[in-house]
Ligand binder design. Structure first.
Ligand code: FA5
Length: 344
């Protein structure tokens, strides 16, 4: 019995065969199990001697099983390692994956900067009520500044809707639905009947920021924008504030960044097609929220003040990646995105 079992165990060449040998030689119906069960029926003297022999045989068999199991498991693992080996040098024909667009990664980076400061993300629709795109922002029907942004009208009727020309209607939406303190940013697509050139597109992206709280001033605006640009481009980036006009902010300013192609330096600046010889690229408008806008949106303008800004994300993405022509952003060529795909 013992020899039969040990031979079967030694001859098991894989784990399945060993499992079978274990069942055959140690299972309930195995000769060793039967012998063990019959010990009790033997006369006392034979019982002791047989009990000892059967006990030793069972011990030897279970030890042999354990040893063989260890050997076969090690062999199995070794075989698997060889079988699963991947030759990374083999040529591959998988389709190249897509890549995240630099406008998406720039937009997410911008949101991270503000979320890290405790601001919230706000959203609004791209097809917007005329009232929210213009009137609520102190741009009444007869206001000459309505023509500042060339609008795609979708319905030339009363209660008209437009493709939003800026992300500023989200300011109005936010103030109408929340109470101060308000700290929000809103990135999104906007539309204007602008020509398609190196720095303009009829569809582009803006990020709007709005803060309404007690004691907010232009200084808070400048500090927040400097922090945003330093986080995106690194410290020491050359920017300037230019006095400007927006009906929804007073005072208002335009923030420019030095042209990343010619760096604003002579003689390159003169022929630079990206900044058209200006040396600067306009990033966006900003200012202290006009109290009339606060009042129109149901906020106590005696108690609260605020600041707002609306910056072009596409231009910041161009700057970040040294892309000289905005049109490349919208070609849909995956090689363009791939070049910046891993950057965040
Ligand atoms: C506005 O749209 C204001 N709503 C910004 C604002 C918000 C001011 C809150 C005050 C308070 P503006 O029309 O200047 O401002 O556009 C803002 C930025 O969008 C521009 O500086 C530019 O960076 C970008 N931009 C404008 N038109 C285009 C375009 N056609 N293509 C790409 N970027 C554009």
């Amino acid at each position: 019995m013992r020899e039969d079992a040990l031979t079967a165990i030694a001859q098991a060449t894989d784990l399945a065969a060993l499992k079978q040998a274990r069942a055959d030689h140690t299972g309930d119906r195995s000769p060793l199990a039967l012998a063990n069960r019959e010990i009790g029926a033997l006369p006392p003297q034979a019982r002791q001697e047989t009990g000892q022999r059967v006990g030793q045989a069972r011990g030897a068999v279970s030890q042999a099983l354990a040893q063989r199991q260890q050997v076969l498991e090690a062999e199995h693992e070794e075989r698997s390692l060889v079988a699963d080996t991947v030759d990374v040098t083999l040529p591959w024909d998988r389709q190249a994956p897509g890549a995240r667009h630099p406008i998406t990664t720039t937009s997410e980076r911008l949101m991270d900067v503000f979320v890290a400061m405790g601001w919230e993300i706000a959203e609004g629709p791209v097809v917007e009520a005329e009232w929210l795109n213009f009137d609520a922002l102190n741009l009444g029907a007869d206001h000459p500044a309505r023509t500042m942004q060339d609008t795609f009208w979708t319905e030339p009727a009363e209660n008209a809707v437009v493709l939003r020309t800026h992300t500023s209607p989200v300011q109005a939406r936010t103030m109408l639905t929340r109470t101060p303190p308000i700290y929000v940013v809103c990135p999104g697509r906007v539309f204007r009947t602008d020509p398609f050139d190196a720095t303009h597109s009829p569809m582009f992206h803006q990020i709007e920021g709005l803060v309404v709280d007690e004691g907010i001033s232009m200084a808070h605006l400048r500090g927040s924008l400097d922090h945003m640009l330093a986080a995106l481009f690194g410290e020491g980036i050359r920017t300037r504030f230019r006095p400007s006009y927006f009906p929804f902010t007073e005072p208002s300013a335009e923030m420019d960044m030095v042209c990343f192609v010619c760096r604003g330096e002579e003689p390159a600046v003169e022929t630079c097609r990206t900044c058209r010889g200006e040396g600067w690229i306009e990033l966006g408008g900003c200012g202290v929220v006009n109290p009339r806008v606060l009042t129109a949106c149901g906020i106590d303008s005696e108690r609260y003040s605020g600041f707002a800004f609306g910056f072009g994300i596409d231009r910041m993405a161009m700057f970040r990646h040294d892309a000289a022509d905005l049109r490349d952003m919208f070609e849909g060529d995956v090689r363009f995105s791939s070049a910046f795909g891993s950057e965040v």
